[in-house]
Design a protein. Structure first.
Length: 106
């Protein structure tokens, strides 16, 4: 069983394999508060993934613009995905920044 780290409100904010200051309580992975902690972590990772994809997309474009990378250097499947993202972004024009995610537009 992992040891939990809690914030001032008593909410689980971390899991450890060993006890340490502020993390001496063992709790089952099946406990509802641990499952809630995992759900929050998955949500944060999902949001981070979307942001990271945009960074990678921009990085690839910069490398191509500087002739440090050719689109054809990438596998065919990656080329298709990048070209599709570029097509969608060009269709959005100047309003692409308004996109929150695939379903929500401000």
């Amino acid at each position: 069983m992992p040891y939990v780290k809690r914030n001032a409100e008593g909410e689980v904010v971390g899991l450890l394999d060993y006890a340490e200051d502020g993390a001496g309580e063992e709790i089952s992975l099946d406990a509802p508060e641990i499952q809630a902690f995992f759900a929050r972590a998955r949500q944060r990772l999902s949001l981070s993934d979307a942001e990271t994809i945009r960074v990678i997309d921009d990085l690839v474009n910069v490398l191509i613009d500087k002739n440090l990378l050719l689109l054809t250097d990438l596998p065919q499947s990656a080329q298709k995905k990048l070209m599709e993202r570029q097509r969608i972004r060009s269709e959005l024009g100047g309003v692409g920044y308004l996109m929150v995610d695939e379903e929500d537009i401000l």
